[in-house]
Each structure stands twice: as C-alpha cells, then as structure tokens.
Write a protein that binds this ligand. Structure first.
Ligand code: CA
Length: 225
C-alpha cells in the first residue's frame, strides 16, 4: 500500500513517514499543495494524508483539485483546529475523513486502514438517488435538470445520505459524521437540517425521498423520485 503524506512541517512529515513505513507502507512526502497535486496525479496512491495548513494553497483546495483531476484515493485530512467549519469545508471538498492535531498515531493508522478497505473504486464521481444528483467535486446538486442551491452544511448532510442511501441513519450517527466529533449540542439540529433539505430537494419537486423512520432516524430512499 502506498501513501502520500502532504505536510510542510518537517518534523511532523518525518514522524508520519517513519511511523507509516514501520507499518509496512510505502510513503512519499509532498511539502506543498503543488507538489501533492503533481504526485497524486502521477502515482496510484492507496491513501493520502493531507494537512490543511500548507504554504502555497490550503488542503481543501488541494483536495478539490485532486477530485476534479479524477484522483479518488481516500483522503484523510489533518486539521490544526477542531473547527466545525474545517470539517464541513473538507467534506465539501471531497475528503473522506478527518483528524484534529494533535492525534494518537495508532488512531491515524486505524482510520487509514478503514479508508483503504473502503478503497477508491466505490466512489462514483457523481452520487445519485433517482433523479437527484450530487457532484462532490463540482459542489453541485440537481434534481433532474434543475440546479439546487444548498449551504455547506446542507450539502454535507445530503452527501452523507447519498453515500448511505437505503440505510436508516440515527441522529447520533448523522451528528458524528456531518458535525464535528466535539459537537455536543442538541441532536434536534439534525431534524432542523433535514427539514431544510426537504424544503429544497423534495418539496418543490413533489418528492418524498427523505423519510422519517419513527424512533430510529432518517432514510434516503434509494432511487426515490
Ligand atoms: Ca502544515
């Protein structure tokens, strides 16, 4: 398995490189966003560890450009701040998972293994449920031919539903994946955002794709119009 580490801080990059090599990974290090884009398009990485803070362009931009360039390697983003906005920006940019610095190396390994198991093949460029489509790279949502404007959070929530269509998703699971791990607010926020989504992706089109499953959570009906 080959991993690209994108980090400009020499000490942190060295730590990641050595740690991953000890686990048997082949590791390349890129110190700038530009280098990372070049390396990731040239080489078939099984995973990319991407720091948000880079000297040239930020990690979100790198992530977005890689997806646009057709690179679908799983991306684990490292953020310095435990900020909800970072997490949402990253999801919108097409990252697969997050870790906040400082982190335990064993946890990073566990997350990487899980991402690699999932692989890049099952990541369609455009997610679909019936005539509802979401393009993570272009940040575009459409119902049929109609473009739908969503906020960053609504977009992240819809993307999560689309990646798990047909599954009943509990409020706590949705919170954990779409909101920050540290979010300890009321899970009613999920209900509020599901309502916002319905108002935008369902109601104007006479659809009922986002179902409430009583006592359990929500479900996006697969192939639902
Ligand atoms: Ca950095």
């Amino acid at each position: 398995m080959r991993v690209l580490v994108v980090e400009d801080e020499v000490k942190m990059a060295g730590l990641l490189r050595r740690g991953l090599q000890e686990e048997g990974y082949a590791v390349d290090v890129a110190a700038t966003g530009g280098e990372a884009e070049w390396a990731a398009v040239e080489n078939p990485y099984d995973a990319i560890v991407l720091d948000v803070m880079l000297p040239d362009v930020d990690g979100f931009t790198v992530c977005r450009r890689l997806r646009v360039a057709g690179c679908w390697a799983p991306i684990l983003m490292l953020t310095a701040r435990d900020a909800v906005s970072d997490r949402v920006d990253g999801l919108d940019a097409g990252a697969d998972d997050y870790m906040t610095k400082p982190f335990a190396f064993t946890e990073l390994l566990a997350r990487l293994r899980s991402l690699m198991r999932r692989g890049s093949s099952e990541r369609p460029a455009v997610l679909e449920a019936g005539d509802l489509t979401l393009d993570p790279a272009a940040r575009r949502v459409r119902r049929g031919d109609v473009d739908i404007e969503l906020t960053a959070r609504e977009f992240a929530l819809l993307e999560y539903f689309l990646r798990h269509q047909g599954e009943v998703l509990s409020r706590s699971r949705i919170l954990e994946h779409v909101w920050d791990f540290a979010f300890d607010g009321d899970s009613n926020v999920v209900d509020v955002y599901v309502r916002y989504l319905r108002e935008k992706v369902d109601r104007p089109f006479g659809c009922r794709s986002l179902e409430t499953v009583r006592g359990a959570g929500y479900r996006l009906r697969p192939g639902a119009g």
